[in-house]
Design a protein around this ligand. Structure first.
Ligand SMILES: Nc1ncnc2c1ncn2[C@@H]1O[C@H](COP(=O)(O)OP(=O)(O)O)[C@@H](O)[C@H]1O
Ligand SMILES: [Mg+2]
Length: 338
């Protein structure tokens, strides 16, 4: 459906994207995830036709679109700040692209009414100025403005990042529902790991303009391909050389363990036999309601252990603790050039 082939994007002397190849399937919710400045927006803009690559090709449905003007690509883009026109009301905002494409007044009426209904904007809201709407409603306007042109692909650039945490959580579900209702291939940009894991069919993790791994959320989290992906996608303890060695893993590798993979023995829950057993000392605990995170000194590693709250007796800070680690859960990376 979408194919980036050896795309390079430069701004003067600076290479924002050195060599990007990526394929997105029809109907997929595909996320570009990475820290600020890693090239996510640039990758979207290249597909939308707002940035010109210096090398490589972009294909949509096997059609080369690399040099096609933006409005010929059947790609709808929702910008990070929504970029709604403040001098127009909501209806005019949504209808804007239709007017440019010379749709008649009655066609515009029908198409806007249809898309507004599907994204849950009321007749009343259509007559308002965008500034009179909440952040979540403005976002739906921006999405409606893109969808009304019936694009084959929807591009969403950090659409939730300007909203407060609670609304962000609600809108994740709404966005996802909209996407599956429209069945539209979606390229979604975020720097938020949690958002990427909960919403995506597949994720490409970006670092400095390069893709470090492409996979399903589970693949990215459980089998992180690189040290960068491992530490960016979720919390993990860096294991000491002594602990790594005791687990039978080469100490020439950097080894990590996710917090929920380490087990703490409690009175009611002995460690499974297949786990390697260590005696450590509890250094600290932090209570999070649904779980507690313990910091346990094990052979010089400050191992973080996430324990669900089950009401059982737990070791206290300063006391010894029995810790279990399954070697297959350790994520190991050869030390390479940075
Ligand atoms: N128009 C531009 N001119 C010069 N540098 C740019 C331009 N757009 C982006 N960049 C640079 O390219 C890099 C990637 O930017 P961007 O794609 O916006 O990253 P992200 O969306 O992941 O935060 C950054 O270093 C940014 O400063
Ligand atoms: Mg960006």
């Amino acid at each position: 459906m979408i194919r980036y082939e050896n795309i390079e994007v430069r701004f003067g002397d600076f290479t924002a994207i050195p060599d990007l190849s990526l394929e997105v399937a029809e109907g997929e919710f595909f996320t570009l995830l990475g820290p600020s400045g890693c090239g996510k927006t640039t990758a979207l803009r290249t597909l939308a036709g707002f940035a010109q690559p210096t090398c490589g090709e972009v294909y949509v449905d096997d059609r080369r679109v690399t040099h096609l003007p933006s409005d010929k690509r059947q790609v709808g883009m929702v910008f990070q700040n929504y970029a709604l026109f403040p001098s127009m009301n909501v209806w005019e905002n949504i209808a804007f692209g239709l007017k440019l494409r010379r749709h008649s007044r009655s066609q515009r009426q029908d198409l806007v009414a249809d898309v507004a209904r599907r994204v849950d904007l009321t007749e009343d809201q259509l007559q308002k100025n965008p500034s009179e709407l909440s952040g979540g409603q403005q976002q739906r306007v921006a999405i409606a403005r893109a969808l009304v042109l019936q694009p084959k692909i929807l591009l969403l650039d950090e659409p939730l990042s300007n909203l407060d945490a609670k609304l962000r959580g609600q809108l994740r579900g709404q966005l996802k529902a909209l996407q599956s209702e429209f069945g539209i291939t979606t390229l979604y940009v975020t720097h938020d790991q949690d958002e990427a894991l909960t919403m995506s069919d597949r994720i490409a993790v970006f670092n400095r303009g390069r893709v470090e791994q492409v996979g399903t959320p589970r693949e990215i989290y459980d089998s992180s391909a690189t040290e960068f992906v491992c530490t960016f996608i979720g919390a993990a303890t860096h294991l000491s050389a002594a602990l790594t060695e005791r687990l039978g893993i080469s100490t020439s590798h950097l080894s990590y363990l996710r917090l929920e993979k380490a087990l703490l023995e409690t009175a009611g829950a002995p460690l499974p036999a297949e786990y390697a057993r260590f005696t450590g000392t509890v250094l600290a605990e932090s209570y999070h309601g649904t779980h507690t995170i313990y910091t346990v000194d094990v052979l010089g590693a400050e191992l973080k252990i996430l324990q669900r709250e089950d009401g059982g007796a737990r070791p206290q800070v300063g006391e010894p603790a029995e810790v279990g680690i399954h070697p297959s859960h350790v994520l190991s990376y050869a030390e390479g050039p940075a």
